[in-house]
Design a binder for this molecule. Structure first.
Ligand code: NOJ
Ligand code: CA
Length: 547
């Protein structure tokens, strides 16, 4: 089954708007409180109307859910709570019928502890072939009672756990997510064949989870890396991240993507302090695209935003791959809420206080969220949206702790609330059980008043956030060009971010609380109701100069 489109634009992804679906939270077709593939399929007309080019589907594979599905027990099946392979095929078929591409998530750094390989490894002896697929080591210290190294898990605690026979295994995430050994040829082959499995079913691309972590330096003695996130700058010498050898894996994968017509696309998830190393994953000989999270790490600050945009454009050009932008995802507090926080308040700290210190002004948050989105959509390259941002949803910062599912909560000893607040199931209707998400509640509680932000409350309503997204995506289809040169205008005004694209399209953001002069030309879209005398504060306009 090869759904190839011979006349298709093989570089569609370079300017695509990709919409991330976190399947358990999107739409529930059978009233069990969990979103599923059939629920998503039933909402495809909504996504077509929104105007997206592709869906990136977070993991839907069989999973014990130790990390929201990023712990996979079978890479080539659908979790029975979410559907079956036939449902997936129907989804791909219908999406293609609506000109929507499908991108699936590949998680190659670790499996679930319930993957048959790990179960075999536990039963097998130290030094066996089954153990070599993972990273098993003897302990250190008297009787091997201490872990093999000081590596820490991202979710807190040591990255090593001991099994009954005394050996330890490495897990950079939860203990239920044992890391694979990418020095093992069988592991490499398994993933190459998994890519083919999904490409043969017609998927158009792949999102690669923690793509920069696969090639670890496992030479003895294991090198120290006690601060996983603060070992900066990454320059290729870190024992765990962004090692030069990792690129050979993606060069191999590129050959697999190019077996297909059109070639399958891929986007890497990597976390780097610099975009110059980030964009190496996007080289045309590797994945083609990599997430650029630089906007996502900014406060609502004009100079910071201009700085990262300039740098990313330059750095992506050097690598020759695609340029990408992201404001929200299933891993981060939603961007309208983030941009309403004072620059010195870290989102994690704000969440830890249930969103109460400081409280944010929801109107201001929504204004900034819309302004940021219009700015992102005017940039060259591809943009990734996260489900529900088109509704202007805010982070649900006050989820009761007993409802939290993210392993971050437990592993941080109840300090960090984690990522559930952006994973709350979507509101489709103003009222009713789970606001139309499903017929019978939802796996995370939705806040009172969620229905006011629902699709039903916004669809067809002039001035709503949803209508702004639709209009912006419609205009962008006509305006977006692959020429990535930007002219910065008005740079002397410290409250304004203003650029012109090579085809005469302009975007201006007003960061101040006062009106700013309207640029010359015709206004194409505005993130706030237009004011005759100027651009309102916290808002973005697109304009085009009259010839
Ligand atoms: C990145 C994913 O986006 C995140 O949700 C997950 O927890 C980690 N990788 C581990 O797979
Ligand atoms: Ca369901």
């Amino acid at each position: 089954m090869n759904h190839s489109h011979p006349a298709a634009d093989v570089s569609w992804w370079r300017t695509a708007v990709v919409y991330q679906v976190y399947p358990r939270s999107f739409s529930d077709s059978n009233a069990d409180g969990i979103g599923d593939i059939e629920g998503l399929r039933s909402r495809l007309p909504y996504l077509a109307d929104l105007g997206i080019d592709a869906i990136w589907l977070s993991p839907f594979y069989p999973s014990p859910l130790a990390d929201g599905g990023y712990d996979i027990a079978d890479y080539r099946d659908v979790d029975s709570r979410l559907g079956c392979l036939a449902d997936f095929d129907a989804l791909t078929h219908d999406a293609h019928g609506l000109a929507i591409k499908i991108i699936v998530d590949i998680v190659p750094n670790h499996t679930s502890e319930r993957h048959p390989w790990f179960e075999q490894a536990l039963r097998a002896a130290p030094g066996s072939a089954a153990r070599d697929r993972y990273i098993f080591r003897d302990g250190t210290g008297p009787d091997g009672k201490d872990p093999p190294s000081d590596w820490r898990s991202h979710f807190g605690g040591s990255a090593w756990d001991q099994i009954p026979d005394g050996q330890w295994y490495c897990h950079l995430f939860t203990r239920e997510q044992p890391d694979l050994n990418w020095g093992n040829e069988e592991v490499r082959q398994y993933f190459v064949n998994t890519l083919r499995f999904w490409a043969n079913r017609g998927v158009d691309g792949f999102r690669i989870d923690v793509a920069h972590s696969l090639a670890k330096d496992l030479s003895e003695p294991l090198r120290s890396q006690p601060h996983l996130d603060s070992q900066l700058p990454l320059d290729g010498t870190d024992p765990l991240y962004d090692r030069e050898e990792v690129h050979t894996i993606y060069e191999e994968w590129r050959k697999v993507f190019d077996e297909y017509d059109p070639p399958r696309m891929a986007v890497a998830e990597t976390w780097h302090p610099t975009s110059s190393r980030t964009y190496r994953y996007a080289r045309p000989t590797e994945l083609g695209q990599v997430f650029d999270f630089s906007l996502l790490k900014c406060s609502w600050d004009r100079d910071q935003l201009i700085g990262v945009i300039r740098r990313s454009i330059e750095d992506h050009r050097d690598a020759g791959g695609g340029l990408t932008w992201v404001l929200s995802s299933h891993d981060e507090p939603r961007h309208p809420s983030r941009f309403a926080l004072p620059a010195d308040v870290r989102p994690e700290a704000w969440l830890a206080g249930n969103g109460a210190s400081p409280t944010i002004d929801p109107k201001m948050a929504k204004r900034r969220g819309r302004a940021a989105t219009l700015m992102m959509l005017a940039l060259p390259g591809s943009a990734y949206l996260y489900q529900g941002e088109e509704l202007g949803l805010l982070e649900v910062a006050d989820l009761p702790v007993e409802s939290l599912q993210d392993p971050t909560w437990e592993r941080s000893g109840g300090v960090l609330k984690g990522r559930d607040g952006c994973r709350v199931p979507l509101p489709w209707t103003r009222a009713g059980s789970s606001f139309g998400f499903g017929g019978n509640g939802s796996w995370l509680p939705q806040p009172d008043g969620f229905g006011d932000d629902s699709v039903e409350a916004q669809d067809g309503i002039g001035g709503s956030c949803l209508e702004m997204y639709k209009e912006a995506l419609r205009l962008r289809k006509k305006l977006q060009t692959r020429d990535d040169t930007l002219d910065w205008l008005n740079t002397e005004d410290g409250d304004v971010l203003h650029f012109r694209r090579s085809n005469g399209w302009e975007c201006v953001v007003n960061f101040s609380g006062t009106l700013k002069p309207l640029p010359h030309g015709t206004v194409l879209i505005s993130s706030q109701p237009l004011h005759p005398l100027g651009i309102p504060g916290d808002s973005t306009l697109w304009t085009r100069r009259d010839p």
